[in-house]
Design a protein around this ligand. Structure first.
Ligand code: ATP
Ligand code: MG
Length: 269
């Protein structure tokens, strides 16, 4: 179904982040307060195009709030957030930010349980045109290929015709990642993806997220340090709403401040 002529959506579809400097996301001097409490405190962070970044930090450090700011759910009091060098995310609402190419995976999967895996993907391929487009629109060959490719990426080829409700917890999480991929995001934000997963599912998720980097930029928040170790290239540690440290996993693990305020807690693991 076509959109009305003159719709601002048409312009948005052309939004392309300018990544000539290699950076897909700029977060600069951002602060967010809730009733005087600073959940984010003068936070600056840069995500490179195509990188897989892990974000760690104690409960309440501000990780989810940062994702809320990037996706337009929470407005910062001050600071700058841009997609590439020029697309100012602070002037866009949540739907516009999603359409511009930033996908977010929440902890709880929100797949349609009564539809098959294939139908779930088909629905997200049609994006905001939604279920009506699905009823009246046959998939093009290109779209079928895209779904086949996504099924392969998320490892659910064999489950293609299964009802999503019958999938395991881990498989539902992968399906949801697949549904995000259908929108062709440039940047994916993934909050605690392996919570509640079996060891095998956790390992498979590590492979999946690692395989997405390169074509996508991926920011992963996780408390499971074994998982973080298995995928981490560069790690950012948040503490009380600011960046405490940034570097490779071994740099982070040998940083005395990080050990004191965060990793120290994990030694009983
Ligand atoms: N809408 C809100 N209203 C009031 N306080 C909030 C709100 N959202 C977050 N906070 C507070 O901001 C701080 C940061 O919360 P946030 O959820 O970002 O932490 P987090 O790093 O994601 O923690 P966790 O690891 O537990 O998920 C916490 O102290 C939290 O209670
Ligand atoms: Mg959180």
């Amino acid at each position: 179904m076509s959109r009305e002529a003159g719709s601002p959506l048409l312009e948005e579809e052309n939004i392309k982040p300018d990544t000539r400097h290699g950076v897909i996301l700029y977060v600069e001097d951002v602060s967010v307060s809730f009733d005087g409490f600073k959940a984010l405190n003068d936070l600056s962070l840069y995500i490179n195009d195509g990188e897989l970044r892990c974000l760690i930090g104690a409960n309440g450090a501000g990780k989810t709030t940062l994702m809320d700011v990037i996706t337009g759910k929470t407005r910062p009091d001050v600071g700058k957030v841009s997609f590439g060098q020029q697309v100012n995310l602070l002037e866009m609402d949540e739907a516009q930010i999603a359409r511009a190419g930033i996908g977010r995976k929440f902890q709880k999967p929100t797949v349609f349980e009564n539809l098959t895996v294939f139908e779930n993907l088909e629905l997200s391929l049609h994006g905001d045109k939604g279920i009506w487009a699905n009823l009246f629109h046959k998939l093009s060959g290109e779209q079928s290929d895209e779904i086949a490719q996504i099924l392969h990426t998320i490892g659910l080829v064999g489950e293609c015709n299964m009802q999503a409700g019958a999938l395991s917890h881990g498989q539902k999480q992968w399906l949801e990642i697949g549904m995000l991929l259908a929108a062709k995001p440039r940047l994916l934000l993934v909050d605690e993806p392996v919570a509640g997963m079996t060891a095998q599912e956790t390992e498979r998720t590590a492979e999946l997220l690692t395989s997405l980097a390169g074509d996508h930029s991926v920011v992963v928040v996780e408390h499971d340090m074994a998982f973080v170790r298995s995928i981490a290239r560069k790690v950012t540690v948040l503490h009380q709403g600011s960046v405490l440290a940034e570097g490779s996993m071994s740099e982070i693990q040998s940083n005395p401040e990080v050990v004191r305020v965060y990793l120290g807690e994990e030694t009983g693991e």
